[in-house]
Design a protein around this ligand. Structure first.
Ligand SMILES: Nc1nc2c(ncn2[C@@H]2O[C@H](COP(=O)(O)OP(=O)(O)OP(=O)(O)O)[C@@H](O)[C@H]2O)c(=O)[nH]1
Length: 514
């Protein structure tokens, strides 16, 4: 063979060898990558489920509150239950003149009708006489009962402690089988409610609208009521040279929209500065400037997440406070729906015991959404109901307990006693993660006055502004945040069950500017 032939054979062999090596490498690499794929990815996703840091992909953002101070205590199983006669005597308190508080009307689901009754109450905690003296700590009851209220100024006749501390020891015949009536969702897999389970018919659960993009979907409503303000501002700013009259008109427009004097001055000053710099030449630039000034004023950097995620060993606890008629109960129900839609287990505490209809209304929300509810008899001590709601929530391992409170504003002292007590008593079981103040946007400056009173009484952590669909005075958002230094976290944009949206400064301003 010639040398040339040998070279060709050698080259061919070399090519085959290279091909073999490459093929083998590729094969092995593919094998490795398959194994990698199988690994932890899925586990972590699953492990995330119940922990903090959850962010609804919806614009609703839920977080875990700061860690609890009160050590959660093991709660005894409720004592044998008795049927509550539950006569409802609807004692409308004197000054509570607010809205009739219709039960949630959305999703009228006729099948739900029978489900309203099955709420046959089963008192979870047979109660001792309401006037029971603070016996808590000395009682041999196994459960570590919360200390009774000791503050002299809140020496209300009832304390939460005796009521819940007594279950095991109370004589079964205790006259009144009333205090906290607990209605559990029949399908829950937790504690067996022997009396309730067989009696309760399967409740017709509502379809909950997807929570994604709520504010966008509801923006039309916001725009309808707000855009007059935006249009007028844009008309003035984009109209060329601005004389003093025009600036005054801008100021008036902002004031009429309830932005308040301080915010209005700040906004007008900034607009003047920018316009003096000649940076605004077109209508589009005027719009962009106005948008950025308004958004900045709404402090987009504030944390607007709702602290509704459970702690390791107990649920998140949220208090919903506000004057009657502002939409507290409705908001509590709407928020429960959002949480349930996001896979959370929710318990509602009906601590608004001054109006029987309020508890009924909350119960209806709970049934429709598949949440549990704890309620007391009419005029029961709201603190006791709130306490029992949290205890039940811990016992049943729910993710969040939402407590609807009563907000009678006859006197600040009364409110302080009541709300302060609710918070203190609840905190014997678990720290309160969130105190949401519900304000009715349609009442403008009055809402601000209410906010001040409530802020003096409890540490508000977030504001819910309701009925923004029905007012052009959305400017109250600016004032509330400015005055309280607390973010508006949620907005109510209608009476519908799903008409609750997270508050987003940019989206709000866009709606305002139309
Ligand atoms: N248009 C509109 N109406 C709302 C909104 N939120 C609540 N409402 C209505 O306001 C009325 C009062 O709401 P409630 O939830 O009963 O108010 P509350 O503060 O709990 O009052 P009490 O039940 O008396 O304690 C009801 O008719 C609700 O449907 C909202 O965002 N927009």
């Amino acid at each position: 063979m010639s040398t040339g032939a040998w070279i060709i054979i050698a080259a061919a062999l070399a090519v085959v060898l290279v091909a073999l090596v490459v093929g083998l490498t590729l094969y092995r690499r593919r094998q490795v990558s398959l194994q990698v794929k199988d690994t932890p990815q899925l586990d972590t996703a699953e492990a995330k489920d119940r922990s903090g840091g959850y962010k609804a992909q919806t614009g609703f953002s839920f977080t875990q509150g700061p860690s609890a101070t009160a050590p959660p205590q093991p709660v005894e199983r409720p004592a044998p239950e008795k049927k509550a006669p539950a006569p409802r005597t609807v004692p409308l308190p004197e000054e509570v003149t607010e809205a009739p508080a219709a039960p949630p009307k959305p999703a009228p689901a006729p099948e739900a009708a029978p489900a309203a009754e099955p709420a046959t109450e089963t008192p979870a905690v047979p109660e001792t006489a309401p006037a029971a003296e603070p016996v808590a700590e000395t009682a041999p009851a196994p459960e570590v009962a919360p200390a009774p209220e000791t503050e002299p100024e809140t020496a209300a006749p009832e304390t939460a402690a005796p009521e819940t501390a007594a279950p095991e020891t109370a004589a079964p015949e205790t006259a009144e089988p009333v205090e906290p009536v607990v209605v559990t969702q029949p399908s829950t897999d937790t504690i067996a409610e022997p009396a309730a389970a067989p009696a309760a018919a399967e409740p017709a659960l509502d379809e909950i609208e997807p929570t994604a993009g709520r504010l966008v979907r509801l923006r039309g409503r916001l725009a309808r009521s707000q855009s007059a303000v935006g249009k007028s501002l844009l008309g003035l700013l984009g109209g060329g040279d601005l004389d003093e009259d025009s600036w005054e008109e801008i100021e008036d427009t902002l004031l009429v929209a309830d932005l308040g004097a301080a915010t209005t001055t700040k906004i007008v000053d900034r607009l003047r500065e920018e316009i003096a710099l000649n940076t605004v030449r077109t209508e589009a630039e005027a719009r962009a400037l106005l948008r950025s000034v308004l958004v900045d004023e709404l402090r987009p950097e504030l944390d607007r997440s709702i602290r509704a995620l459970p702690h390791e060993d107990h649920p998140a606890v949220l208090l919903v406070v506000g004057v009657n008629g502002t939409g507290k109960t409705t908001t509590t129900g709407k928020l429960a729906r959002v949480l349930v839609a996001d896979g959370r287990r929710v318990l509602l505490g009906a601590a608004d015991t001054f109006r029987a209809a309020a508890a009924d209304q909350l119960q209806t929300w709970a049934e429709r959404v598949g949440a549990e509810v704890v309620r007391g008899k009419d005029s029961a001590d709201p603190a006791a109901v709130a306490f029992d709601a949290v205890a039940k929530g811990i016992e049943n391992g729910v993710d969040a307990v939402l407590i609807d409170t009563a907000g009678r504003l006859h006197t600040k002292i009364g409110l302080m006693d009541e709300l302060g007590k609710v918070k203190r008593v609840v905190e014997k079981k678990a720290a309160v993660d969130e105190v949401l103040l519900v304000l009715d946007a349609t009442i403008g400056q009055n809402g601000l006055m209410q906010a001040r009173v409530f802020a003096d009484v409890v540490d508000i952590t977030g504001v819910v502004l309701t009925k923004l669909d029905g007012t052009a005075k959305g400017g109250i958002v600016f004032q509330v945040q400015h005055e309280l230094g607390v973010p508006v976290k949620l907005v109510g944009l209608g009476e519908g069950a799903d008409d609750l949206a997270p508050f987003e400064p940019e989206a709000f301003v866009d709606a305002l500017l139309g």
